[in-house]
Design a protein around this ligand. Structure first.
Ligand SMILES: C[S@@+](CC[C@H](N)C(=O)[O-])C[C@H]1O[C@@H](n2cnc3c(N)ncnc32)[C@H](O)[C@@H]1O
Ligand SMILES: [Zn+2]
Length: 391
């Protein structure tokens, strides 16, 4: 196997040269350059977490691959004092040791299947275990857990919640977007104990199903989660959640934020406490019912501001719009609505301004490549605006 050195953030890393031909789980040690944004936002989020919640903390990169993520935590986040890097593959464990030496100029001390390195006032530990075993062994000892497996994170959520201390940060990547957003309803039922059908707002639906699933697992441990930042990007979702230990009554109240969305192919949708069958108010067809979904905020404004514009780039302003407390759940896909009306879509900013001038809420969203709008205007009135403003 050939390895070559790459640079990202403040670190250097040996990665398999094959990544340039094909990135897949078949690589002996995993590295995906397309996930750089994911790692950049994670580093920024850990810095934001330190400013808002914990002055110094322990982090665990439970699916470390070549180690680039965990080594970035060590190099770039001053407040991150202890870091555990773990991967189930022996080849990954071995390359993590080499990458630590490359970045810190010191060989980790190896004892059987565990290694330690003390550098720059930090303690770095490398493990070679199944993540669930490692996380259970670290019951209530870790402040920030990064879950970044291949495909679904579902089998690793419970152990992550167990490992987290109070006011912990749970960071989860899900690359099984298709089941979550309604493309494979049976897989969604199996993995997330939830139902998802296709909708115009498919990626917000997927994220709300993922968060709902994590909340139901947290509740078993009298913990709740508070979303700080939720992203839909390329082929994955990424959520940053604060976990809090609450009394039973408060956890029950938090669970009441789990609801359903009833939606129709015509574009109509409504949030509902129940999942009883209902007909569409507009076209009278039977509504599809997706959920349970998390129905409160997906982001925290302060957290986005601390994570910063530098790393979030053009998403920054859009995320702040979505983070507003009066932003409604879900959105309309302007292209799809216009296609149905057989008209050419007007500019997105023009529609947002027109809706606002009529006294309603409107903002753009980051979830889809196509232009979409969150608004509390009715579908009927939105379609009238689209018709009068068409190009
Ligand atoms: C998507 S890669 C991680 C990439 C890495 N976080 C990064 O940013 O470059 C998933 C990694 O999880 C490891 N893995 C898969 N199942 C695991 C398990 N049950 N426990 C621990 N590691 C596991 C794989 O060997 C692989 O290196
Ligand atoms: Zn309808």
């Amino acid at each position: 196997m050939n390895y070559e050195e790459i640079r990202e953030g403040k670190v250097k890393c040996l990665v398999p040269s094959e990544y340039k031909i094909k990135v897949s789980s078949e690589l002996p040690v995993f590295y995906n350059p397309r996930m750089r944004f994911n790692r950049d936002v994670t580093v920024a989020s850990l810095k934001a977490y330190a400013k808002l919640f914990k002055k110094s903390f322990t982090a665990c990169d439970a699916f470390a691959g070549c180690g680039i993520r965990g080594i970035r935590f060590a190099k770039e986040v001053e407040e991150c004092r202890k870091i555990i890097l773990n991967d189930i593959r022996k080849q990954a464990f071995d390359i993590i040791l080499k990458n630590l030496e490359l970045n810190f100029g010191k060989k980790p001390e190896v004892n059987d299947d565990k290694a330690k390195l003390a550098v720059e006032k930090k303690e770095i530990i490398v493990e070679n275990k199944d993540a669930n075993v490692l996380l259970h062994e670290n019951f209530s000892k870790i402040d920030a857990v990064d879950v970044d497996p291949f495909g679904t994170p579902a089998p690793f959520i419970e152990a992550s919640i167990v490992a987290l201390r109070n006011d912990g940060l749970l960071m989860v990547t899900a690359t099984d977007v298709a089941p979550l957003c309604g493309v494979y309803p049976k897989a969604c039922r199996r993995k997330y104990d939830a139902t998802a059908y296709r909708a115009d707002f498919m990626h917000e639906l997927g994220i709300r199903i993922l968060i709902g699933f994590i909340l139901r697992i947290s509740a078993r441990y009298d913990k709740v989660i508070i979303p700080l930042l939720s992203l839909s990007k390329d082929h994955y979702y990424r959520v940053f959640l604060l976990t809090k230990r609450y009394g039973a009554g408060k956890v029950d109240r938090w669970l009441s934020n789990l609801k359903y969305v009833k939606h129709c192919h015509c574009g109509y949708f409504v949030i509902s406490e129940d999942n009883k069958k209902e007909r569409c108010k507009i076209c009278k067809r039977e509504l599809l019912i997706s959920g349970p979904i998390w129905t409160r905020e997906l982001h925290n404004e302060k957290f986005i501001k601390k994570a910063g514009k530098d790393v979030l780039g053009k998403l920054y302003e859009i995320l702040l719009g979505e983070a507003r407390p009066d932003a409604p759940i879900f959105y309309y896909n302007i292209h799809k609505r216009c296609k149905k009306l057989r008209i050419t879509p007007p500019g997105i900013n023009e529609i947002v301004e027109e809706i606002k001038s009529r006294g309603y809420f409107a903002c753009r969203v980051h979830f889809e490549k196509e232009p979409c709008i969150k608004t509390n205007i009715s579908l009927k009135e939105l379609e009238m605006i689209l018709k009068t403003r068409q190009k």
